[in-house]
Write a protein that binds this ligand. Structure first.
Ligand SMILES: Cc1cc2nc3c(=O)[nH]c(=O)nc-3n(C[C@H](O)[C@H](O)[C@H](O)COP(=O)(O)O)c2cc1C
Length: 196
């Protein structure tokens, strides 16, 4: 009764959504990815800096190059998922701030002229956007398999450049057979929340 969201949608986005480890062959289309992004883009970031950048790894040749950088246990699912996305943080996001934060265009120079400041802001805010993206995948009726088990420097060199830092690789598709282990426990409210 405390939630405004329809219970079916609650299940789809959270309660029944799982991290898939196997997938069916059903393709994930560019239209689906666009619809996912067009939802996820509205999630908030500091100064609306929106530093998430997404590389869709579609060609078999690119997929092979990515799989080589994945941890052993992540290789089979990354090789077979219908779609794989590399999520990265753009450390030069400040260039777009005058457009993204028009009511205070000076933010670009006032707060983000130094690269280390940008790197830490980009890491936090792109991670937030990665979470919105995962929930967006679920909203499309698909399952996401996010992974940080890979060679970050290898993936950066292979697919990105010095201005982009990889955050995670996400397998996307419909869950296949034996897609997950039993649901792991979560921490209870009392273990997590304190009131002062
Ligand atoms: C940022 C992130 C990194 C993860 N990295 C890996 C990984 O490298 N390999 C893997 O098999 N699972 C990985 N996982 C999956 C988690 O173990 C899984 O999401 C978590 O146990 C919850 O599972 P559930 O959604 O089925 O309840 C990762 C998940 C997240 C969000």
């Amino acid at each position: 009764m405390s939630l405004a969201l329809d219970p079916t949608a609650q299940d789809l986005l959270f309660r029944e959504a799982r991290t898939a480890n196997t997938f069916t062959d059903e393709p994930v289309t560019d239209e689906q990815v666009r619809a996912i992004y067009d939802l996820a883009k509205y999630g908030p970031t500091a100064f609306n800096q929106s530093p998430l950048r997404i590389t869709l790894v579609r060609s078999p040749e690119a997929r092979e190059r990515l799989v080589r950088h994945m941890a052993e246990g992540n290789r089979p699912k990354t090789a077979t998922a219908p779609l794989v996305a590399i999520l990265a943080a753009d450390n030069e996001f400040h260039e777009k701030l005058p457009h993204l934060f028009p009511h205070f265009p000076q933010a670009k120079d006032a707060f983000f002229s130094e690269r280390p400041v940008r790197e830490s802001a980009a890491a936090v805010n792109a991670a937030l956007q990665a979470a919105y993206f995962i929930v967006g995948v679920r909203a499309a009726g698909l399952a996401a398999g996010p992974m940080t088990g890979f060679d970050f420097e290898g993936v950066r060199k292979e697919f990105l450049d010095d201005d982009h830092t990889p955050l995670m690789v996400v397998n996307i598709g419909r869950p296949g057979p034996d897609a997950w282990r039993p649901r792991g426990p979560r921490l209870e409210f009392e273990q997590v929340v304190t009131t002062v």
